[in-house]
Design a binder for this molecule. Sequence first.
Ligand code: GUN
Length: 300
Amino acid sequence: MTAQLIDGKAVAKTIEAEVVAAIASLGIAPGLVAVRVGNDPASEVYVRSKAKKARELGLRGDELILPESTSEAELLAHIDRLNHDDAVDGILVQLPLPPQIDAKKVIDAIDPSKDVDGFHPINVGKLHLGRPTLAPCTPAGVIRLIESTGAAIAGSNAVVIGRSDIVGKPMAALLLQRNATVTIAHSRTRDLPSVVRGADIVVAAVGKPLLVTRGMVKPGAVVIDVGMNRLATSDADIVAHDEEKSRLLAKNGTVLVGDVDFARVREVAGWITPVPGGVGPMTIAMLMRNAVTAAQWRRR
Ligand code: GUN
């Protein structure tokens, strides 16, 4: 049996339609500002895509681009200004930040009601208490992907691999809230394969190419791959068994793979997300959802 593919692009389109409908009933265009400090190439792409998608769906989407040399005080002054700007419903500061800026101070400075990334300690606390809040976009998107399969979350054994503040920890909180039995595995977990083998739902979010192998996955499990690892030709042996990825690597000199050995795990899983085209498209869609939610809550 081969796993059914979870189409992140299709589910993201559904979310985007919800966003468009919610904006229509709100009657105003929510304002979203994506802040970038410096010229990290990945951050450039992300921030531009976020502002562009916002405008495409009928939000007011802006980029605030600051130089690499920006001081912490200068960035905090911009945050303060955006916090007090009534036309701004959502603020996100793209991470990572240059070394002279403490990301924790920046996150703490964002008005929690405008914190569309869901990273502020107030929002993290609410998430873990099961109270309504702006939840981090990637794990919230993963929940929607799991729901799209029709698989039951309540009562399932869910294993989250990775304990980052952005994905692993909030992912575990969202699954627990939906009554899964949740295990968080990480770099110090003893015998990862046996832990993962018990999972009905696996969420891999560690950034280790092809960490999750076929032998680790329970037949029929839902496997969600949050990993985004770019391999170079020097890594060709990692994907040697994967015809498609090897072909792309030979053609382009680089290839994007997840934390799951897709080619082999798909032979046993019930459902699986591809990389790219799985979790990736959901993150920005959920950010748009959060921006609209922030506008609804702030304006009621
Ligand atoms: N860097 C990596 N992921 C994220 C994210 O979800 N939000 C922000 N702001 N920065 C990130």
